[in-house]
Design a protein around this ligand. Structure first.
Ligand SMILES: Nc1ncnc2c1ncn2[C@@H]1O[C@H](COP(=O)(O)OP(=O)(O)OP(=O)(O)O)[C@@H](O)[C@H]1O
Ligand SMILES: [Mg+2]
Length: 312
């Protein structure tokens, strides 16, 4: 069937542009908009496809934006399965301020889903003939989807023998961890929110990751630390990677690219350390591209050799 299934409950039509300076009240003259299909799992699938991974993106979309999103995914030749919903898929708007290099990101909530719609996502996975070795659940949940949706998904996927990779935040993250997943990729902000601790030092971060593992909530924690790199923790190993010194055009999509690179290598039966290297390379490669453009395969291949990994 497929090596990797990504699930996106709340995809977005990403619209990015740039303007000289962001100010209130004034009309901000912007450059021509660039459209990308977006949302956590969709971005991960786009990265996997670029890297040559065997991947299927499952997503729920509706309305004109949903149609556009579907077309854009098709144009990138990303294999997808769209579950049609009654609501209108959201747009996410980002504006790059050229005078400062900062990105302003406006994230809309997305349409509320009916129980039948979100249940159709679970049913699709239940009905799969063969289970994918990896299932990536990424991004936030739209309104009216129960907080334990990813927990239900994890239960289902685990029972079918898939390894669940999770990248989300807030109550949805906490609930899915209570169920247990294979790998979780919180950012530092997400881990702080989850634990309620500031986690200011490396040892604190390491201990928090280990706590997740010891309590059976995940087998691998990949904690991404933005410009400070990342920490990868399992029950018996901890590795730290320094971020690569690349010019930052935009950090949008770095986390999704990180997950894409990591899961791609895992699906090829690479070691965890090598997968970490690819995750770091993909995250860094995403920084090279402006706006919501993601990493390019050639950059990932080139950069993965430069990743410096040390025991944490
Ligand atoms: N400014 C940066 N400089 C160098 N590397 C970066 C930078 N920002 C991100 N990265 C790389 O991308 C990875 C993922 O970034 P980050 O930790 O910001 O996660 P994220 O999921 O994008 O964050 P969030 O979900 O909180 O928005 C990092 O581990 C790092 O390798
Ligand atoms: Mg993230």
């Amino acid at each position: 069937m497929t090596d990797i299934l990504t699930v996106t409950m709340n995809p977005a039509l990403d619209v990015s542009t740039s303007t000289d300076k962001v100010m209130d009240t004034h009309k901000l003259r912007c450059t021509a908009p660039i459209f990308h299909p977006g949302g956590g799992g969709i971005n991960v699938a786009r990265v996997l496809h670029r890297l040559g991974g065997d991947c299927l993106a499952l997503y729920l979309a509706g309305g004109m934006n949903g149609q556009r999103l579907r077309q854009l995914l098709d144009q990138e030749q990303v294999r997808g399965h769209c579950i049609a919903i009654a609501g209108e898929t959201r747009e996410s708007f980002s504006a790059h301020e050229t005078s400062s290099g900062r990105d302003f990101r406006f994230v809309l909530p997305g349409p509320a889903l009916t129980p039948g719609e979100w249940q159709a996502g679970l049913d699709y996975i239940s009905a799969l003939g063969a289970s994918p070795p990896y299932l990536v659940a990424s991004g936030g949940l739209p309104p009216d989807v129960p907080e334990d949706f990813y927990a239900r998904l994890a239960r289902l996927a685990k029972a079918r023998g898939s390894r669940v990779v999770l990248d989300t935040s807030g109550p949805a993250l906490a609930a899915a961890l209570a169920e247990g997943v294979y790998l979780v990729k919180p950012s530092l902000r997400e881990l702080r929110e989850l634990t309620g601790h500031p986690l200011q030092t490396g040892p604190d971060q390491h201990a928090a990751a280990l706590q997740i593992i010891r309590s059976g909530q995940a087998q691998v924690v990949a904690l991404s630390l933005g410009e400070d790199g990342a920490l990868l923790v399992t029950a018996n190993r901890a590795l730290r990677a320094r971020s690569l010194p690349v010019p930052v055009a935009s950090s949008i999509g770095a986390g999704d690219s990180f997950v894409g690179g990591l899961v791609w290598a895992l699906s090829r039966h690479e070691t965890l350390e090598q997968a970490f290297r690819y995750g770091m390379a993909a995250g860094a490669a995403a920084l090279l591209a402006p706006g919501t453009a993601l990493c390019q395969a050639a950059d990932v291949e080139r950069l993965h050799r430069e990743v410096l990994i040390t025991p944490a």
